[in-house]
Ligand binder design. Structure first.
Ligand SMILES: [Zn+2]
Length: 322
């Protein structure tokens, strides 16, 4: 009896010691995200980072391959990203048209555990209808892909579908927290629905229904959803300088408006918009297509929803809405 008694005490002490040790270990040591029990999720662009962080909450670890201030269209993952991708549970990105460099890596990656969610699959892909952006492109598959506007997140209904898909993926991988993911997804969908309603109501009665944009062609989804037209100085990716013909055309379009505004691409060069503005006498307003944050915006904790609200306020002024 006595021996048994002592054995029980020793057993309990050992168990307490182990629990104490493991709790110190868990709280003291900054372990790499793959080593704790949470799902490890990697993303790229700002909206996908934010949707995932909101839906996943403290139950998951979310990080982005895309550093602040880096442009996504030509982004190439670094060797360390490959290592993280191989260890991750889920990768959520914007698909091969937006992120060709990332897609190539994903297709060649050999990971038995990594699930991939291509967020572009929930969008009806819109083609860019601006002829001046397609100089020299034939009807090849690559040419067709280049003509698709990859900025699907600028339709807030698409975003609601993406948020639901993120919740579904998380729930499959971690069924224990499924009801939490589901609840948070519903909450975020409501925020997006409210944003969509605000856009629709605010852009209903405007003197102009066309906006001229000095940046790359990113707003086909937004324009279609709220029954607006727009003209962009550059093509679908922010790398080509607009030609003289394009500048003249945009300048003429601006001049045709009363109280004209021209929009420039926030944290890209506003040179093109400034040139057209000085030529046409238009005023300048910023628009931000929300691919990523600048380092200063990241530091300040600016969110995707705030950027979209700011765009709405600038669009309202620029289109002279009531
Ligand atoms: Zn873009």
């Amino acid at each position: 009896m006595k021996v048994k008694h002592w054995l029980t005490i020793i057993g309990v002490l050992l168990l307490l010691g182990f629990l104490l040790f493991s709790s110190i270990f868990l709280f003291d040591d900054k372990k790499s995200i793959s080593e704790d029990n949470r799902l490890m999720i990697l993303t790229t662009i700002l909206p996908l980072q934010e949707f995932t962080a909101f839906v996943g909450g403290d139950e998951v670890s979310v990080s982005s391959l895309l550093p602040a201030g880096v442009e996504i269209h030509h982004f190439e993952p670094r060797p360390n990203d490959l290592k993280n991708l191989q260890e991750a549970d889920l990768f959520i990105y914007g698909g091969e048209i937006l992120e060709p460099g990332v897609a190539k890596i994903i297709n060649s990656l050999q990971s038995e555990t990594l699930k991939v969610l291509d967020a572009s699959q929930f969008s009806l892909l819109l083609t860019d209808n601006q002829e001046h952006t397609h100089d020299g492109e034939g009807a090849s598959h690559e040419g067709e892909l280049k003509a698709v506007d990859p900025h699907f997140w600028l339709d807030f209904e698409n975003d609601q579908k993406i948020v639901r898909a993120i919740s579904d993926y998380l729930s499959l991988l971690d069924s224990e927290h499924a009801s939490l993911y589901n609840q948070r997804a519903t909450e975020y969908q409501e925020k997006l629905k409210a944003l969509d309603d605000a856009y629709r109501a605010s852009l209903e009665n405007c003197q102009s229904r066309e906006f001229i944009y000095g940046g790359h062609s990113a707003f086909a989804y937004l324009a279609k959803r709220y029954n607006l037209n727009y003209l962009a100085a550059q093509g679908l990716s922010p790398d080509a300088e607009p030609g003289a013909q394009t500048l003249i055309l945009l300048s003429q379009q601006v001049k045709a408006q009363s109280n004209p505004y021209i929009f420039y691409e926030e944290w890209e060069s506003s040179k093109v918009a400034e040139t057209i503005a000085s030529e046409s006498g238009a005023k300048l307003k910023a628009l931000n297509s929300g691919h990523n944050l600048s380092p200063a915006q990241k530091e300040a904790g600016i969110t995707f929803l705030e950027i979209m609200e700011n765009n709405l306020s600038n669009l309202r002024q620029g289109l002279n809405c009531q």
